[in-house]
Design a binder for this molecule. Structure first.
Ligand code: PAF
Length: 329
């Protein structure tokens, strides 16, 4: 072999050695799980979170989404985030008070007047103080997203007044505040993880469930439930969370990318909720649901009926905190 042919071959070897020694910037995979389909408010939030965080981290963060409870129910996914076997979740407050009990205050029925009130409280001091409680429980909560106000569906009869709740077997989230409320109204609350709910409704082992329009529409509940009552009984926040294992592995830039991404996720979720609140009821009517709209008098009858439950909430969360949320502008 001549000297002329040997020099380029040696140069190629040196170049190859360098490309092995200096790999492309390391990429961190962020597995993100949530309970609902891609075409839900969770899917919208996840897409915006992923897109923004990937862009701001210059591709160092790479999201992989697991929608539709693919990695288990909400409680299981939160446990996986604590363990660090899953990097990120979007979950309702349903299961959260089992991890961070203080969050339960947001689940109190008829606490928030409307979406603007709830958003202002969660974006303000109360919401941010709650987020700050998560690290002590092995979780990093970056922002409050939402689902909207929860309404009641069932397969038995139209619910127009508290008495109509008597004896109805209603699936609730695994959430002590909700369970207390439904017991107080005379229903038979049946706490159940979301992945079992559609099957249980189909088989008739439960009569109904309660969820916001965002879920009623995206999970196609009109296919398994005849009656919808627009109770708006509870506002349903959702947390965008990551594992401490992921968080602690990131530099300041990576943390900023995740946090800004979560904020973009919240904006997308709220936009989806606004849209579905505007046209969801017409959609489910078109799909065959019978809808009861409660006037102010009927709503306050539900509030009155919940009197004994409010006593319990006050002793658990303090009247001062509940009043400060209810009276927030
Ligand atoms: O009802 C629930 O468990 C929740 O609202 C859901 C549907 C899993 C979304 O977080």
């Amino acid at each position: 072999m001549s000297l002329l042919t040997r020099i380029p071959a040696a140069a190629a070897l040196v170049a190859a050695a360098f490309s092995i020694a200096a790999p492309a910037a390391a990429q961190t995979e962020v597995k993100l799980a949530y309970a609902l389909a891609v075409n839900s408010h969770y899917g919208a939030g996840a897409a915006a979170w992923a897109e923004t965080a990937e862009k701001l981290s210059n591709g160092k963060l790479k999201f992989k989404q697991f929608p539709s409870s693919a990695l288990g129910g909400e409680r299981e996914t939160v446990e996986s985030v604590q363990l660090g076997t899953l990097e990120a979740v979007i979950v309702s407050s349903g299961t959260l008070s089992n991890f961070v009990p203080e969050v339960g205050v947001t689940d109190i029925p008829f606490l928030f007047r409307d979406l603007a009130h709830a958003r202002a409280v969660l974006d303000g001091k109360v919401g941010q103080d709650l987020l700050a409680k998560f690290p002590a429980r092995g979780l990093i909560a970056l922002a409050w997203g939402e689902q909207g106000f929860r309404h009641l569906t069932n397969s038995k009869h139209p619910v127009q007044k508290p008495d109509d709740m008597k004896g109805l077997k209603i699936r609730t989230m695994e959430n002590p505040v909700h369970i207390t409320a439904f017991k107080t109204l005379g229903a038979a609350p049946t706490p159940m993880a979301w992945p079992e709910v559609i099957g249980a409704l189909q088989q008739g082992t439960i009569d109904g469930q309660e969820n916001p329009m965002s879920v009623i529409v995206s999970a196609k509940l009109a296919q398994v439930q005849k009656h919808l009552t627009l109770t708006g009984h509870v506002y349903s926040p959702a947390a965008l969370m990551v594992s401490p294992k992921l968080w602690n592995s990131l530099d300041a830039e990576g943390k900023k990318a995740l946090t800004e991404g979560a904020k973009a996720g919240v904006v997308a979720m709220r936009r989806f909720v606004d849209e579905v609140e505007r046209k969801g009821v017409e959609d489910v009517k078109a799909a065959g649901m019978q809808v009861v709209v409660l006037d102010d008098k009927s709503k306050s009858a539900f509030q009155q009926a919940l009197g004994p439950a409010y006593k319990q909430y006050e002793s658990r969360y303090t009247k001062a905190l509940i009043d400060s949320i209810a009276n927030a502008k």
